[in-house]
Design a protein around this ligand. Structure first.
Ligand code: ATP
Ligand code: MG
Length: 185
């Protein structure tokens, strides 16, 4: 498919994009209950239930032509389903981010993140150089980070990944799932 041409006079349309895993209703409920327990009201800025996600790869602002390349590359990924077990609640003092994460990153997750990063570089984008640390943000701007602790495990059977657009609003980011891909059995 040929990407739509943009008249010279118009700046190219860009969207702020990222790949993510999106929890279903049941996992969201567990995460919200956990955040209710872990965070007293008005401490930090809770991520709204509909915004909860786990970022796989962050793309930043991307033009349509690049988005097309990345979607094609993502469609060619053959990755398997995996179970992600959230077992730890943590907080990064420097950024005030409170998160849940696994004790061990499943192989399937590492494979998928690597494949997405390869897709980005194949399309000519730079990809994350830092080692991937799977975490799902529950709250931001937490001033006094509690100590990390073990939590009752939340097992998430991950069967798809998605491409998401992030829209900035005064009330906070709004996310739009543009497309999703199934993982293999
Ligand atoms: P806001 O920036 O409006 O507070 P947000 O951080 O949720 O909201 P985005 O900045 O669009 O929205 O980020 C989308 C997702 O990508 C989030 O999970 C965010 O943590 C992650 N992200 C953002 N910037 C980066 C980055 N430079 N590297 C890795 N991940 C990033
Ligand atoms: Mg941000």
């Amino acid at each position: 498919m040929t990407p739509p041409s943009t008249p010279e006079s118009e700046p190219p349309r860009t969207q702020r994009l990222f790949f993510a895993l999106w929890p279903d209703e049941e996992i969201r409920k567990h995460l919200c209950a956990l955040a209710d327990d872990a965070l007293p009201r008005r401490v930090g800025r809770r991520v709204r239930a509909e915004n909860l996600h786990l970022t796989l790869a962050f793309l930043g602002f991307v033009e349509e032509r690049m988005r097309h390349c990345i979607e094609e590359a993502a469609s060619a990924i053959r990755a398997r389903r995996f179970t992600l077990i959230f077992e730890r609640l943590g907080c990064w003092q420097r950024t005030g981010v409170m998160w849940v994460g696994p004790l061990q990153q499943p192989e399937g997750l590492i494979f998928l993140v690597d494949a997405l990063n390869s897709a980005l570089t194949d399309c000519g984008m730079s990809s994350e150089k830092r080692a991937y640390r799977a975490h799902l943000t529950l709250a931001r701007k937490v001033r006094r980070c509690p100590r990390g602790c073990a939590i009752a495990p939340i097992a998430w059977d991950v069967s798809r990944f998605c491409l998401v657009a992030s829209h900035t609003h005064a009330q906070g980011a709004k996310y739009e799932i543009l497309r999703s891909w199934k993982l293999n059995n």
